[in-house]
Structures are given as structure tokens and as C-alpha cells.
Design a binder for this molecule. Structure first.
Ligand code: AMP
Ligand code: MG
Length: 418
């Protein structure tokens, strides 16, 4: 396990900007080194341990892009149509032995290797066949048309994916096309997760009149699973800092990251702060985002701890902007900030300068074809229904103080945050 120093997150300022926070985390955490081989069918979402280099070109041989007739470019009719004899036939999967000679064509199908001499293919829709079986070729086709050259997609020896890349279905397809049967990926990051709060009970347990079912643990576990983490579910801990401290030390011995929710604001029962202080070192950050604000960063026996706020929406947003960059750093991945999409605001909104705010919103097409974001009508950080009913977050930068309908704003789809 990669160890970090106790004081690595030290920070004296009152409010930490979110970009700076994510960058600091990424710079302080070092990546796990262990690598494992996974078969292609299990590779989606994993992080490449080494650069992928093409052991063969793609396509591996020059072939026809269409069903038609292969010819020599030098023979092509320039101004008048021409009739050529058909010298043979080559189908996908066949290696043609016979060359195409001057003044000949060869029947060819999509994906079939180009016969020797031929460098151009007429689409079958563009030609006709006369009574004696000759093909009538129209004038004007460029030499090289409808041919896929060996290596035009990927050159032999080309670096196609960098180390640390998070594999997507199309990357797995590329690996398969290059003949790999398994890939070297970083081992999964081990994350211990628990919820805190005397008022929190597990779904399925008896719920007292003043208690809530735990939702954060399931949300965070699902978000971690999307990042291919190995999650240890440590359940719910009562607001007892001694007990929490004990669990933190235990978790630190066998995990790469500890993730908690609740107990990090300034209330008396906010025991996670006290527990981190006794089990390790605490840095309490007021991160300049809404929803979110209080986030605890700690180091327990060399292992990072991120204490997310208890309110579900705040927990979601801080996971996306703080825990996710931490996990990417631990696995040695490139940081992948979500790509914002510019949309038109369909709402007005005022905010404090110097703070980044995330507004839950739906996006829909308008009559003029542009996209407009409509704000969820209520703003509470405890409203789980607001996350469920919306498509993503409108990101309002630190400098913005007011948004009017029609302003251009940045929208982050939930899928880009996970
Ligand atoms: P806290 O950050 O502990 O002060 O909690 C803030 C709010 O979030 C309180 O209303 C809690 O009841 C609620 N909360 C805390 N943890 C959870 C959880 N695991 N699931 C759902 N709500 C929670
Ligand atoms: Mg609490």
C-alpha cells in the first residue's frame, strides 16, 4: 500500500477552491504499483498498467471497402465509359493468388484482400455488366477509391493507448482487433466505506421514529464500483468518536482509502473529525462548493481518509469532485475532468462569488434545436429525489454571481461524473 505523510494535506486558508483541492489530492497520493492480467471480457472500466503498443497494423492487409470490382488505377477510364473482362473473384477470408492484369477487373467483396496489381474498387452499384459478361466502368473514379490500406487505422508499433487509461468498450475492441487476449491492468483500489450517525439504520433493520435508512453507503458503493474499486462495506457506525477511531485504524491496515459519510460538519455529534484526530491526522477543509462544503481529509497510518458530508446530494457532489480524483490518483490514471456541454439556462439564479455551485438540472431540446437546462425547483442538499429526477449538474464557476434565462451555462451529465 502506498503510504503518505501525516501532514501532506495541511492547509491554512479558510476556503479551498475545488480545482485546487482536486489537484492537491492528485499530487499527494501515489499510485498502487501492483498489476494483474484481465481477460478482455473483464477489462471494461479497468485502468491500463502499461502503454498499449500495436503488434500488427490495422487493417492487417489492404482490402476492399465495398462490394464491387477491383481494377488497376492506371487503367481507369478518364472521360468515357470502358468495358473490362472479369478475371476472377475474391471473397472476404480468401487470399487471392491471381493478379489483376491491365484491362481486367476482378469481382471483389467487402473486406477481401486486394489482388496484386489492383488499387481501386468500383462499387457494384456504379457499374453494369454487358451481354458478354464484361463490366462497364463509368469514367471519373479516382485511383485508390474504396480501398482500405494496410495500417491506415493503426500503424505497426504505434502506441494506441497510454498507461493509466481507463478502458472503455471501444478500447477493448481495439485490443481484440490487435490480437490481445488479456491486458495488464492496475489492481483494484481497496476502499473501506462506512456511514456514521445515531439516526442512520440499514435498510432491512428496524427503523425507530427518529431514524433514517442509510442511503449514502449504497450510493457511494455504487459509484466506487463504477471506478472498479474493491469495496469493503463497514456498515454504519454510531456517533462515538472512540469507536470510529478504532474502526479507522483497523480499516487503514488493509485498504488504500477510507471513505466515510456524515459527521464532518460543526455539530457536536460530528464525531468523524474527532475520530480522525485521535487515530491519525485531520485536515478539515471547507471546500468552496455548494452543495458540499465541509469535507474532511485525513491520514490514518499512512492511508488517506476522505470524510464526505452526510447530506446525500452533498455526498454525491463531493464524491464526484474529491473522492473520484483521489481514486484516479491511487490507480495511476490520468485525471479526467468531466467535459462540460454549453447549454442555455432556462432559469435565473443568484450565488455568492468565489464559490462553485452545482445546480441540479434537466436538459431538453427547444424549438430552435438548441438545448436548455431547467433547474430542479428545490435546492435542499438532502433531497435525494432531486438527484433522481435530473440529468446532471449545471456548473456555475466561482466568478459568476447571477444567471438569467438565455445565458450560456456549462452542463455536466451525471454519466460524465462517474
Ligand atoms: P451530518 O453530515 O452527519 O451532519 O449529516 C447531515 C444530514 O445528512 C443529516 O440530516 C443526516 O441525517 C443525513 N445523513 C447522514 N448520513 C446519511 C446517510 N448515510 N444516508 C442518508 N442520510 C444521511
Ligand atoms: Mg451525523
Amino acid at each position: 500500500m502506498a503510504q503518505i505523510s501525516d501532514d501532506c494535506f495541511a492547509f491554512g486558508g479558510p476556503m479551498r477552491p475545488i480545482d485546487e483541492t482536486a489537484a492537491l489530492i492528485a499530487s499527494k497520493l501515489s499510485a498502487v504499483q501492483e498489476v494483474e492480467a484481465v481477460s478482455l471480457v473483464l477489462a471494461d472500466g479497468r485502468f491500463l498498467a502499461r502503454k498499449m503498443v500495436a503488434p500488427l497494423p490495422l487493417p492487417p492487409f489492404t482490402n476492399s471497402a465495398v462490394d464491387g470490382y477491383a481494377v488497376r488505377g492506371a487503367d481507369l477510364p478518364q472521360t468515357v465509359k470502358t468495358a473490362f473482362a472479369v478475371a476472377g473473384r475474391v471473397q472476404a477470408g480468401m487470399a487471392p493468388d491471381e493478379p489483376v492484369l491491365p484491362g481486367q477487373t476482378m469481382r471483389i467483396f467487402t473486406g477481401a484482400p486486394m489482388p496484386k496489381g489492383a488499387d481501386t474498387v468500383f462499387m457494384q452499384e456504379d457499374v453494369s455488366v454487358d451481354g458478354s459478361g464484361r463490366v462497364i466502368l463509368p469514367p471519373g473514379l479516382k485511383t485508390g477509391a474504396n480501398v482500405r490500406a494496410m495500417g491506415e487505422d493503426v500503424a505497426l508499433g504505434e502506441g494506441v493507448l497510454p498507461a493509466g487509461h481507463r478502458l472503455r468498450p471501444q478500447d477493448v475492441a481495439l485490443a481484440a482487433a490487435l490480437g490481445f487476449i488479456e491486458l495488464q491492468v492496475k489492481r483494484r483500489i481497496r476502499v473501506a466505506v462506512f456511514s456514521t450517525g445515531d439516526e442512520i439504520v440499514a435498510p432491512g433493520d428496524l427503523r425507530g421514529p427518529a431514524q433514517l435508512f442509510d442511503s449514502n453507503r449504497f450510493m457511494l458503493t455504487a459509484m466506487l464500483a463504477r471506478l472498479c474499486c474493491d469495496v469493503t462495506d463497514l456498515g454504519i457506525l454510531m456517533d462515538d468518536s472512540r469507536l470510529i477511531a478504532e474502526k479507522l485504524r483497523e480499516a487503514a491496515s488493509s485498504h488504500d482509502l477510507i471513505l466515510t459519510s456524515g459527521g464532518v460538519s460543526t455539530g457536536e455529534a460530528d464525531c468523524v473529525k474527532a475520530a480522525v484526530e485521535s487515530a491519525g491526522t485531520l485536515v478539515f477543509w471547507r471546500v468552496a462548493i455548494k452543495p458540499g462544503r465541509p469535507v474532511a481529509m485525513g491520514v490514518i497510518d499512512g492511508i488517506p481518509l476522505i470524510g464526505l458530508p452526510g447530506n446525500p446530494v452533498a455526498s454525491f457532489v463531493t464524491f464526484a469532485h474529491i473522492a473520484r480524483p483521489a481514486i484516479l490518483a491511487l490507480v495511476g490514471a490520468r485525471q479526467q475532468p468531466p467535459i462540460p456541454i454549453a447549454v442555455r439556462a432556462g432559469f435565473s439564479y443568484s450565488k455568492k462569488q468565489g464559490r462553485r455551485e452545482y445546480v441540479r438540472a434537466n436538459v431538453h431540446a427547444t424549438a430552435d434545436g438548441s438545448y436548455e437546462a431547467t433547474k430542479f425547483p428545490r435546492e435542499g442538499a438532502g433531497l435525494l429525489s432531486s438527484l433522481v429526477a435530473t440529468d446532471g449538474l449545471v456548473e456555475l464557476g466561482e466568478e459568476i454571481v447571477h444567471v438569467e434565462p438565455g445565458h450560456t451555462v456549462n452542463f455536466l451529465a451525471y454519466s460524465s461524473l462517474l
